[in-house]
Design a protein around this ligand. Structure first.
Ligand code: GDP
Ligand code: MG
Length: 402
């Protein structure tokens, strides 16, 4: 249950496979298993039970009551992870929308079950049906409202990027499948909690951290929400919205579990989603072939990695190969500095201030219509500056507060 560990605060104490030749409609498990699990839950003071399979709302309610725990099925867990990781207004709305549509289907199933029971007892139709209709209508109304908000948010999406762009260091985003080793790499790179108290970044969320690479380059490292195999289709939009932050990245580090039998397919998934998000060619990318410690030293994959530019076999666990990864990040972000001259209109005061913040201005010479500037910058800084120029200034109507 690698997925479970993606939810902060979850301390996984164990798991087991339960064969269910016949799922009990009311409580999922047979009575023997129910008692056995209950004893374990009490003995180990378990508060959360995850079931990797379908659980009906009725089963959920009964088990939660019997075991005195919170219970989530797979979709429920993924929704929790996304809700925890959604940062943009759009991401939050998309996750809420997915949660509602999930609730809506469960509502139907819950009542189908109850109605059958009622039918047996002679209460056909009546209050049950009225209630389900009312609940369904309430959810539909809420979904319509969310969709409208989403339309508005998409238009003002740029405001958020603008805020990110003011972060003075290049952003490095770790992407990849859940369990590939992103968090392990993130923790290794950021080391303990050293930078956590840094005031400048206190406002950033815990999955973003300022890091100084061995060569001295400062970057913001961002641990993104992981790809999940067999993602329920109703969650796809929410997943994409949650991953949108990679659009802000100056460099994408694709972390792959190279020891995984489906590593190739997973990599294709990641690439195609990144393409669909629109990060295709704009953002430089490197691949870390992680968990190389699990391969034999004569494994052909290591030979392939050595031959392929932009690919680095490494182990986030043992640290092997990471120096090369850090060097590649530095090289990509800070490699060639170039000197450029430009005439910057006086109306671009914001962009000019940004150049000064970055410490790249070599000289400034006021002209009639524009400021003549000479700068010494990296490719990343040039890209960020150009993006800053092409954007409208931030307006006062902040969508976050609406
Ligand atoms: P994430 O879902 O991508 O954030 O993956 P995690 O960082 O949580 O790692 C998932 C599991 O893989 C954990 O049990 C890690 O200890 C393990 N892991 C991560 N990197 C390596 C590695 O380089 N080698 C080995 N053998 N295991 C690793
Ligand atoms: Mg992780």
């Amino acid at each position: 249950m690698a997925l479970a560990e993606a939810l902060p605060g979850v301390n996984l104490v164990g798991g087991e496979i339960v064969r269910l030749p016949r799922a009990h409609p009311g409580k999922l498990f047979g009575s023997g298993k129910l008692e056995e699990l209950k004893a374990r839950i009490q003995a180990e003071e378990i508060e959360l039970v995850l079931i990797d399979g379908p659980v009906s709302p009725v089963q959920q309610r009964n088990l939660e009551r019997d075991w005195k725990v919170k219970l989530l099925d797979r979709t429920g867990l993924i929704l929790e992870i996304f809700a925890d990781r959604a940062r943009t207004r759009e991401g939050v709305l998309q996750v809420e929308l997915a949660a509602l549509s999930y609730q809506r289907t469960r509502l139907v199933r819950a009542w189908t079950h109850l109605e059958r029971q009622r039918g047996g007892l002679g209460f056909v139709g009546g209050p049950g049906e009225t209630q389900i209709e009312a609940d369904r209508r309430a959810i539909d109304t809420q979904m319509v409202r969310l969709r409208r908000q989403l339309e508005k948010v998409a238009k003002t999406r740029e405001l958020h990027r603008e805020a990110r762009r003011r972060v003075p260091y290049p952003i490095v985003a770790l992407v990849g499948y859940t369990n590939a080793g992103k968090s392990t790499l993130f923790n290794r790179m950021t080391g303990a909690e050293v930078m956590a108290k840094d005031m400048l970044f206190a406002s950033l969320d815990p999955t973003m951290r300022a890091v100084q690479l061995p060569g001295g380059l400062q970057v913001i490292l961002s641990d993104t929400v992981g790809f999940i195999s067999d993602l329920p289709t109703q969650l796809v939009a929410a997943f994409r919205a949650t991953l949108e932050e990679v659009l802000e990245a100056d460099l994408i580090v694709h972390v792959r579990d190279i020891s995984h039998p489906e590593s190739e397919t997973q990599a294709e998934d990641v690439e195609s989603i990144l393409d669909e998000l629109g990060v295709a060619n704009a953002t430089p990318r490197i691949e870390v072939w992680n968990k190389a410690d699990l391969l034999g030293s004569d494994d052909p994959r290591l030979t392939v990695a050595a031959r392929t530019p932009g690919v680095f076999p490494a182990s986030a666990l043992t640290g092997q190969g990471l120096e090369e990864v850090f060097a590649a990040i530095t090289e990509t972000l800070d490699g060639a500095r170039t000197i450029a001259s430009m005439d910057l209109p006086y109306s671009e005061g914001r962009a000019r201030a940004w150049l000064h913040e970055q410490g790249v201005v070599l000289s400034e010479d006021p002209g009639e219509a524009a400021m003549h500037l000479t700068v010494n910058w990296t490719a990343t800084q040039r890209r960020r500056f150009e993006a800053l120029l092409s954007e409208p200034a931030v307006k006062s109507d902040d969508p976050q507060s609406s």
